[in-house]
Design a protein around this ligand. Structure first.
Ligand code: IMP
Ligand code: MG
Length: 171
């Protein structure tokens, strides 16, 4: 039986998202903010975050999946591209967790081709131990050295996204 060790409570998550939302609202006051959620893991985080950003902004989504091939390099496949025009706009990519950083690197490269004015990252969790590429996480709610976590949008094999808090999963 998998074991779920409580790591971050619902209350802690909500308090932190409120802080980050206020910070984003101040930083983007004079800008043209578009939140771009990376599916699927960010869907719950994004829905809470948007309600704590008091300035006008728009929302879009991108989908990315990583597949491990026969080589050790993970390949990223886009499953959804943004619908909105992103040219000359200020893009904030919203992720559930940055691990190796490879997924976000590919997404940033793709979004840059659309000629936005700026691209920054907002991640619920910044997991540092396995980072392989440099990613500047401008807004990070929580930092984690290692471990595999689930809940609040984060899955293990597509399950446990519905848990309202974040747990360390011990298989
Ligand atoms: P990266 O390309 O290695 O940074 O992978 C990021 C993606 O891997 C995230 O968007 C998650 O879908 C998944 N991931 C990485 N670590 C975890 C974790 O601890 N729990 C759940 N999903 C994770
Ligand atoms: Mg996932």
């Amino acid at each position: 039986m998998p074991e779920f060790i409580p790591l971050i409570s619902e209350q802690e998550i909500q308090t932190r998202i409120k802080e980050i939302g206020n910070e984003i609202a101040m930083d983007y006051k004079e800008k043209d903010l578009v939140l771009v959620g990376i599916l699927k893991g960010s869907f719950i985080f994004l829905s809470d975050l948007t309600r704590h950003i008091s300035i006008d902004h728009e929302i879009d989504f991108m989908g990315a999946s990583s597949y491990e091939g026969t080589s050790t390099t993970g390949q990223i496949v886009f499953t959804k591209q943004p619908d909105l025009e992103l040219k000359n706009r200020d893009i904030l990519l919203v992720e559930d967790i940055v691990d190796t950083g490879r997924t976000l690197l590919k997404i940033i490269e793709f979004v840059n081709l659309l000629n936005p004015r700026s691209v920054k990252i907002c991640s619920l969790i910044n997991k540092k131990e396995r980072r392989q590429v440099h990613i500047d996480v401008a807004y990070s709610c929580f930092s984690l050295e290692k471990g595999f976590i689930v809940g609040y949008g984060l899955d293990y094999d597509e399950r446990y996204r519905n848990l309202p808090a974040i747990y360390d999963l011990k298989l």
